[in-house]
Design a protein around this ligand. Sequence first.
Ligand SMILES: Nc1ncnc2c1ncn2[C@@H]1O[C@H](COP(=O)(O)OP(=O)(O)OP(=O)(O)O)[C@@H](O)[C@H]1O
Ligand SMILES: [Mg+2]
Length: 283
Amino acid sequence: MIDELEIRDLEVSIGQKKILKGLSLTVRVGEVHALMGPNGSGKTSLAYTLMGHPDYHVDAGSVTWRGEDLLSKKMTPDKRAQAGIFLAFQYPSAIPGVTVASFLRNIYNAVHHPKQPAADESDGAMPKYTGIPLAKFRKLMEEKMALLHMDPAVAARYVNEGFSGGEKKRLEMLQMAIINPTIAILDETDSGLDIDALRTVAEGINATLSPEMGVLMITHYQRMLNYVKPQFVHVLLDGRVVMSGGEELSHKLEANGYDWVREQVGLPSGVGDEVAEPVAEHV
Ligand SMILES: Nc1ncnc2c1ncn2[C@@H]1O[C@H](COP(=O)(O)OP(=O)(O)OP(=O)(O)O)[C@@H](O)[C@H]1O
Ligand SMILES: [Mg+2]
């Protein structure tokens, strides 16, 4: 079994719009990859596709995780999470009425102690309880909250309701720290964080990182990569990874934008982002 997420020639569309047009990328456990690309180039679409969002239609290509087909019908998003894949959302949703503590315990159990099929009711047996004991979970949660310098009072608040942008991102990282995934996809976790919060969140990521975890970090900015060092940096343009390199590539992108990449790979200026790409309805 190879501990890698292998994306090969992936083509994805949403409605009539083709977003990914043959994207290939391999993330091995223990590696940190950064994925950069202009607005609308398809970074979030890739993350959603990997997690099994039903709106994103896979037209061609393959994704395997540890040699198994991740895109198979039976790999519903919950199964993908149980297989060790985690996504930190670019735009986390609020869940009014559900406290952070209850939410975190539920996602922990859903990933690490999925419910067994209900016991045969005819014999009157109750399904065997397999969740983490409350006290043990509290301890885990408090330990991870301290790691991310979070106010313990957050645990009693409703998920993301009234949270600031930075607080939402921190809660995404708390979820990651608690679940301890094998492949973590972080979609612009750095956006909306102030300088101090960026450092704290990055420290939290680094503390969660281990040789047993691979990371695909989607970002627009070098600043996060100063803290969480990637071994590989990829550029997504026109629906494909058109360039890969080491950390130095992110510095070059920060300083010079994407036009030089387009030029180098033979794409016309402006291709690969939503600003320049004609929208079907308007053509
Ligand atoms: N549900 C949807 N319906 C219609 N178009 C969509 C949908 N989701 C994504 N798109 C389009 O797909 C393209 C890629 O979007 P995506 O969110 O993946 O970009 P991104 O690279 O994550 O951009 P950003 O850097 O701004 O987050 C965009 O043109 C977007 O408008
Ligand atoms: Mg995005």
